[in-house]
Write a protein that binds this ligand. Sequence first.
Ligand code: PMP
Length: 360
Amino acid sequence: TDKRVYNFSAGPSMLPVEVLEEARDEMLNYKGSGMSVMEMSHRSSTYQAIFDETKATLKRLLNIPDNYKILFLHGGATQQFGTLALNLLQKGRADYVVTGNFSKKAAQEAAKFGDVHIAYDGKDNNYTHIPTQDELDIRDDIDYVHICQNNTIFGTEWNYVPDTKGAPLVADMSSDFLSRPVDVTKYGLIYAGAQKNVGIAGLGIVIIREDLVKPHRPDIQVLSEYDTMIKKDSMYNTPPAYAIYVAGLVMKWIENQGGLEAMEKRNIKKAKLLQDYLDQSDFYNYPTEKGSRSNMNVAFTTPNKDLDAKFVKESIEAGMTNLKGHRLVGGIRASIYNAMPYEGVEYLVNFMKKFAEENK
Ligand code: PMP
């Protein structure tokens, strides 16, 4: 195709066209430096300015207090599953709320290094529900409680910040990072892979409260040492330099759209269009519990598997892509992150109406 498609991928996902255009315009010669950001020494003053500006923009966007450190690390979100456990486990005990595949993986990784207790597991409701406060079984005397704030595969999202009985709250925000305002002060550590709402793969962002940064264990790899990475301002070695640059462009784009309040408004409007249509439809099934629904990922099915496959095939012919559900749940999933325009969701809903009409 010579046209850009509506890309509903869960990640890597759509980037704002304005960001792609800016990166294109700066590709061969970044602001008169005579080179691409890809070719630049990470120790150059030109790159340092990009890095500092990206960090400052993130700080402004999320209103990050001074007692939090921001890290730009290699390895996406999965790298942090183990890394955060290696750094935060001091007493050696942590509680994990399992609301989907990634929180389960995070718990399994941490269990290699400490005593992990599952404070809740949503497997009996097929991960269609985010636990209420009284469904959480949180122990005393633990290092932290871990949640996955948006469950990319199952399409659920926390709409409240749980009470952790005083333990620091650690949140994987990979798939709803910068999609809405969050009160950073309620979290001990926030982390996210970049390739959904903040740019391209290869980058993991960590925001950590200063007092949780302890001298590193002697038996871990240097790139996993939060204290070292903070001391070196994420540049112990060559950072994922281009991904940090693109993240900076995306963050400025968000700022130009009006910041996180504006993003949230847009995202609610988009999600509501699709969710309201699904709720009144007697053709599609949208099992995610109200109150637990994600504004980023919407997972639903047609009446049967054959029609799911037909839906996916015809959606591609209609100029959309990546609507096939994750292999764990099947069906259809529309990921509608920040960069997906309202028109994209409108286009999808119109396609769905027509498909339902033709196949009922
Ligand atoms: N957590 C969540 C919520 C995710 O959606 C993903 C990726 N889909 C991951 C973790 C893993 O991220 P990465 O591929 O960056 O390691």
